[in-house]
Structures are given as structure tokens and as C-alpha cells.
Design a protein around this ligand. Structure first.
Ligand code: AMP
Length: 218
């Protein structure tokens, strides 16, 4: 299945996409992770992206569409994927239809993670991620077994530059203005399924149920 996880930053999209990848083998395609890897490697793309990412702004559509076109045409994405953090604008959503349509594919389902702004601010300012694979923790809500170390690969945990409070507020404003209109875009197409907020495992169970129900009705 070709899935989109839609919702504000910090709604749990990355955490759930990582679980689906680990447990069901569906590749997670996180545009934020792709950009951060390019930034860490200081490639030309990374240097351009940093101008936007560090301020909580969106990277321009043409750059993002190029990235997603390349990523979704790789072999592992041919049998399904979870898009985490893309599309974020109507222009990206329309371009995604074109990219997939070129190889006879389409989006099957859009899972919507709706979480209130005050909850998001608490989650993001306490979020920590690991250096090697961006595994996600929270200082209080989901701490690692050993402080400051990833449970999965032992690498160091750090705070993303854009998880500082002022930048989080900026990212939320950008989300409401640019990305929220996608809710109606996908609802009109009958692809839209809301996911109730809850703890990590209860959200995961809902997701699997929704995905199986949709797969069964195809
Ligand atoms: P994320 O990890 O999804 O929260 O993304 C982190 C940052 O990367 C965002 O705040 C944007 O600056 C940039 N970014 C990620 N995905 C996109 C996208 N689809 N369009 C524009 N910018 C993006």
C-alpha cells in the first residue's frame, strides 16, 4: 500500500512510520530525514535546505518534488511506502500524483494525525533523536533505557535544532497555513482516515486495523 501520514510536526508520524517499517517492512520515506542527512553531509542540497529547515520554514516545492521523485522511483518503494512529511503543500500533493501516475501508481490511503498545538509543543521540545538512524525518544514520555543513548543502536541522542520552542511555534504556523488545506484535498477524494491520538501502541493498533480494512476492501 502507498500511504501518506498527514498531520502537524510532532503528531507521531515519524514514530509510527518507524514502527510500521520495523514490524511490517513497509519503507518509511521521511523527507525531513533525507534533508537532515544531506545537511549533516554538507552536500549542496544540504546547504540549501539548512537555510529553511533551521528556521522552521518549508524547503521550496521544486527541490522537494525532485527529492521525492528520485526516492519513490528506487526499487524498495515499488511495493509500497509510508510518506512521512510529504506532501506539505497543495503543489507537492499535485506533483505527487504526477510522479506516481508516471509509473501507474497512486496513493491508497491518507492517515491523519490530529494533535492540539499545546501537546505538540510539549512533545517536540522534549524530543530527542539518535545520531545514526533518527530513532525517536522523549525526555519524559518515552525515555531511552540509558540516558542519552539510543536503545536500538547505542548512538548518542541529541535535540534537533528546529525542536527549540520558537522554531516549533513557527513550524506550527507554517503547518496550519500551508499543510492543513491538504485535509480537504484528500477528504474529497475519499482517501482520508483520521487516527485518534493516544499512546504509541494504541495508535499503532488503530493504524494497522485501518490499513488492513482498506487492503481487504480493495
Ligand atoms: P520533519 O522532520 O518532517 O519535521 O521536517 C523537518 C523540516 O524539513 C521541516 O520543518 C522543513 O523545513 C523541511 N521539510 C521536510 N519535508 C518537507 C516538505 N515536504 N516540504 C518542505 N519542507 C520540508
Amino acid at each position: 500500500m502507498n500511504l501518506i501520514f498527514l498531520g502537524p510536526p510532532g503528531a507521531g508520524k515519524g514514530t509510527q512510520a518507524q514502527l510500521l517499517q520495523q514490524r511490517e517492512g513497509i519503507p518509511q520515506v521521511s523527507t525531513g530525514d533525507i534533508l537532515r542527512a544531506a545537511m549533516a553531509a554538507k552536500t549542496p542540497l544540504g546547504q540549501e535546505a539548512a537555510l529553511y529547515v533551521d528556521r522552521g520554514e518549508l524547503v521550496p516545492d521544486d527541490v522537494m518534488i525532485g527529492i521525492i521523485n528520485e526516492r519513490l522511483n528506487q526499487p524498495d518503494a515499488q511495493r509500497g511506502f509510508v510518506l512521512d512529511g510529504f506532501p506539505r503543500t497543495l503543489g507537492q500533493a499535485r506533483a505527487l500524483d504526477r510522479v506516481l501516475g508516471a509509473t501507474g501508481r497512486h496513493i491508497d490511503l491518507v492517515l491523519y494525525f490530529d494533535v492540539a498545538d499545546d501537546v505538540i509543543i510539549r512533545r517536540l521540545t522534549g524530543r530527542r533523536v539518535c545520531r545514526s538512524a533518527a530513532h525517536i525518544y522523549h525526555e519524559e514520555l518515552s525515555p531511552p533505557r540509558i540516558s542519552g543513548r539510543c536503545d536500538i543502536d547505542g548512538s548518542e541522542l541529541f535535540q534537533r535544532e528546529d525542536d527549540r520552542e520558537e522554531t516549533v511555534r513557527r513550524r506550527l504556523e507554517v503547518y496550519h497555513r500551508e499543510t492543513e488545506p491538504l485535509v480537504d484535498f484528500y477528504r474529497r477524494r475519499g482517501l482520508f482516515e483520521p487516527v485518534r491520538n493516544g499512546d504509541i501502541e494504541s495508535v499503532y493498533r488503530q493504524l494497522v486495523e485501518i490499513i488492513k480494512a482498506r487492503a481487504g476492501s480493495r
